[in-house]
Design a protein around this ligand. Sequence first.
Ligand code: SAM
Ligand code: DTB
Ligand code: SF4
Length: 356
Amino acid sequence: MTSSVTRLDTSARTPGRAAAALRHDWTRGEALGLYDLPFMDLLFRAQTVHRASFDPNKVQKSRLLSIKTGGCAEDCGYCNQSAHHKTGLKASKLMEVERVIAEAKKAKAQGASRYCMGAAWRSPKSRDMDVVVAMVEGVKALGMETCMTLGMLSDDDVVRLRDAGLDYYNHNVDTSEAYYDKIITTRTYAERLDTLARVRESGMKVCSGGIVGMGEGRNDRADMLVTLANLEEHPESVPINMLVAIPGTPLEHAERIDPIDFVRTIAVARIMMPKSFVRLSAGRTEMSDETQALCFFAGANSIFVGDMLLTADNPGDDKDSRLFAKLGLSALELNLDPSSDHEPGPSAGRQDVRQS
Ligand code: SAM
Ligand code: DTB
Ligand code: SF4
C-alpha cells in the first residue's frame, strides 16, 4: 500500500524536458482548439505539460473549513449559503479562533498541508478582520500553509492578511464575463478582478478558478480559462469545481456536465497554466474513481480532503486513501518551517514560481 504522505521526488519528472513557456496572450480560439482535440491527443499533451513541472504521482491536499456559514448577502446562483435562496442551511456566526486551530491540527494529522478557511461574506467587516488575522497566525504556527476566502477585500484588508502571514487568497472568477450575470447579480466581474489584483499586488499567492456545469456553453468555459491564464501572473492555484447542485438554489436543476467534458476542462487549464496547481475541487462525491483518475492524468494535482467542503459533502479520508492506493498517488508534503520565511507552497512542486 502506498504511504499517504511522501516527500516530493523530483526524479520522477520527465528527464530533460524543458518546462513549457508561460503565456498570457491566449485567445478563445486557441482554448477551443485545445478543447476540441481528440481526447487522447488532449490528454497526452496535458500530461506532457504536467510532467515538465510536476511529479505526476503527487497530489497536494488542502482541507476546508467554513468559519462563518450561511446568511450571505450575495446572490450567487450556485451557493448554499446565499440568504437569497431557501436551501434549509443553518447559518452560524464566525467561529472562535481556538476551535479553528483545533480543527486545523486534526487536518494536519490527517495529511493536509494547507488549511483553507471560508466565510460567507460579501466582504469582511473590520471587526471580523481582527479575528481572521488571529486565525491565520494560529494556523501558520502549526506549520501549515494558510488560505482564506472571505469575499471582496479592500486595500487595508489585503495588507492585514498578508502581514498576518496568509499564503493564499481564494477568489474565483467562477465563469466567463459574458455568463457571469446569469449567475450573480449583486457584484460585477470587474469587482472580482479588482480583488484579485489587490491580492496579487500585496504579494500573497492567488487561488482563482471557477465552476463548470452551471449551464454555460463551450465559449464560456474557454473564456473563463482565458481570463485566468491572461492575468498578469497565473494564479498559483486554480480550483476547477463541478457544480454541486443544491436543492433550493436557482441551479438546482442545471444539466449535469458530461464527465469527459469536465476532464477536458482540467486538461485545457493544465496546458494554459502549466505551472499552476490545478485543483480538482467540488463535485468529487459525484465522480467515479475513473473520472477522478482521468482528471489526475489530465493534470489535476490538488484536491480538498476530508468529508466536508464548506457545506457540501466530500469523499472523506477512507475513500481517498483507497483511491490514492489504487492509483499509486501520494500526498505532496511541503517543507514548511514556521520559523523561517522561505517561499512556501508551489515551489515544492514546481520548478519556478515567478512568471514573466
Ligand atoms: N464568499 C466567498 C466568495 O464567494 O468569494 C467565499 C466562499 S465561496 C463558497 C467560494 C467558491 O466556492 C465560489 O466562488 C465557488 O466557485 C465555489 N462554490 C460555491 N458553491 C459551490 C457549489 N455548489 N458547487 C461548486 N462550487 C461551489
Ligand atoms: C473553491 O474553488 N472551491 C471550494 C473553495 N474554493 C472555497 C469551495 C467549494 C464549495 C462547494 C459547496 C459547499 O461546500 O457549500
Ligand atoms: Fe456568498 Fe461566497 Fe456563497 Fe456567493 S459564493 S453567496 S459570496 S458565500
